[in-house]
Design a binder for this molecule. Structure first.
Ligand code: 13P
Length: 247
């Protein structure tokens, strides 16, 4: 069956020294985790984090990347550069990138394909905004985001993709989707994948993200279709993150 995957998205937090200290604290606390464990520090901390993580059971992820191979793209970072640093996962299409940096379904799709072609595991984020939820179009939004992100992704590759369902109104707000609601929307996402890839959809891991923490992780992870979490705030403290990982 699907192996649970818990990833910490540190967002724009921690210097390299702070990253090494946090990883140093975290390693012994999650050494026996049943879940796959990933941390996604900012670009500037990746080299230090790779060093600190060596020999541990914690994988390294980035929070974004560009889809071009190389060239005149000031400020951007390529998939090959991440790979060379020892990065194995990359968050793509986080709602903060979509909201603040004009990321579109089209660029998300290009990045998913580039990540797969480079041997990185894409953690593809989808999720509705509050007004979309209030308008009753959550299912339409996540179906559309999912299908557009997977355009031209092969059936052989799709099972490598991790999808993170993050309702935008639940991010950093302390508001969590109820476990039933989150599970229902994740089923909707899996159904969209099934429409494209048939039974391969059963292999795709779909995380929940949005104010997931040591208190609510147990209930969320007990649901049939929730295969892990993408954790923001609670991933910045070793004790909290380890409690989520060891749910
Ligand atoms: P919080 O856990 O801080 O709500 O953030 C969730 C998130 O955006 C993870 O990518």
């Amino acid at each position: 069956m699907r192996k649970p995957i818990i990833a910490g998205n540190w967002k724009m937090n921690k210097t390299p020294d702070e990253a090494m200290a946090l990883i140093g604290e975290l390693k012994p606390l999650v050494a026996d985790a049943k879940a796959e464990v990933v941390v996604c520090p900012p670009y500037a901390c990746l080299a230090a984090a790779a060093q600190a993580l060596a020999g541990s059971n914690i994988g390294l992820g980035a929070q974004n990347m560009d889809y071009h191979d190389s060239g005149a793209y000031t400020g951007e970072v390529s998939a090959d550069m991440l790979k060379a640093l020892g990065v194995e996962y990359v968050i793509i299409g986080h709602s903060e990138r979509r909201q603040y940096y004009a990321e579109t379904d089209a660029t998300v799709n290009l990045k998913v394909k580039k990540a797969l072609a480079t041997g990185l595991v894409p953690i593809l984020c989808v999720g509705e905004m509050l007004e979309e939820r209030e308008q009753g179009i959550t299912a339409e939004i996540v179906r559309m985001q999912t299908k557009l992100a997977l355009l031209d992704v092969s059936a052989a590759d799709v099972a490598k993709v991790v999808i993170a369902y993050e309702p935008v109104w639940a991010i950093g707000t302390g508001k969590t989707a109820t476990s039933d609601d989150a599970n229902d929307t994740i089923k909707t996402i899996r159904q969209a994948v099934r429409e494209l890839y048939g039974d391969k959809a059963e292999e795709v891991r779909i995380q929940y993200g949005g104010s997931m923490n040591p208190k609510n992780v147990g209930e969320l992870m007990a649901m049939s279709d929730i295969d892990g979490g993408l954790i923001g705030g609670a991933s910045l403290k070793a004790e909290d993150f380890s409690k989520v990982v060891n749910y």
